[in-house]
Design a binder for this molecule. Structure first.
Ligand SMILES: [Zn+2]
Length: 199
């Protein structure tokens, strides 16, 4: 067997062994704490070299979740709370932006005026398997849809919601929608000019 064939064989064994949609998750009150928990879990044999593992900071006053294996996929992150998902996603974005910024600095690029969002978009452009979907998701995260109070059917016609927030325009259908489109268009002009995401 040639060396190349041996490598291929080893890669196949690795791929079969890895848990494709799972990773080991460790929390800590600081990044150092989280990495200590992760190192201890590896020393205890809870995961092995080559398994996916992440260490994330838990910033909340609520008790920290335990370190454990979690899986995505068909059972769709059912063993993660919404707050855990949010923290994992925001940590992933922050770290991706830091790496992109370091790449640009290493390449001696002028990065004046570029922020974390610019660098995260670069990360998506380099790594995304579905760029349009990922960019749309980013926009919906950065410029969320407004909370809207819909008109209420009174048996003959629709009455507009008359709560204080709707009367001030904050949650009324058209003012809230118009304001959000303005914010969204400004965001798109700043970060994704010329990108046809919503045509
Ligand atoms: Zn209302």
């Amino acid at each position: 067997m040639t060396i190349a064939a041996l490598h291929r064989r080893l890669r196949k064994i690795e791929a079969a062994r890895a848990r494709p949609n799972s990773f080991f998750l460790a929390w800590g009150h600081t990044k150092d704490d989280a990495f200590t928990v992760l190192a201890q879990a590896q020393a205890d044999g809870l995961f092995r070299q080559g398994d996916a593992a992440v260490a994330i900071v838990w910033p909340d006053p609520e008790p920290m979740p335990s370190a454990r294996w979690v899986s995505f996929g068909q059972d769709g992150g059912a063993d993660l709370s919404d707050r855990e998902l949010e923290l994992i996603a925001s940590t992933g974005r922050t770290e991706a932006a830091i790496r992109e910024r370091e790449r640009a600095i290493a390449a001696q690029e002028d990065i004046t005026g570029l922020d974390d969002t610019d660098f995260y978009i670069r990360h998506l452009r380099r790594t995304s398997k579905d760029l349009t979907m990922d960019l749309r998701f980013l926009v919906s995260h950065e410029v969320p849809e407004p909370e809207i109070h819909h008109a209420v059917w009174n048996g003959r016609s629709y009455d507009h919601c008359q709560c204080d927030r709707c009367l001030s325009g904050e949650t009324a259908l058209l003012p809230a929608h118009t304001r959000t489109m303005g914010v969204r268009n400004a965001w798109l002009a700043r970060y994704l000019p010329g990108e046809m995401l919503f045509t």
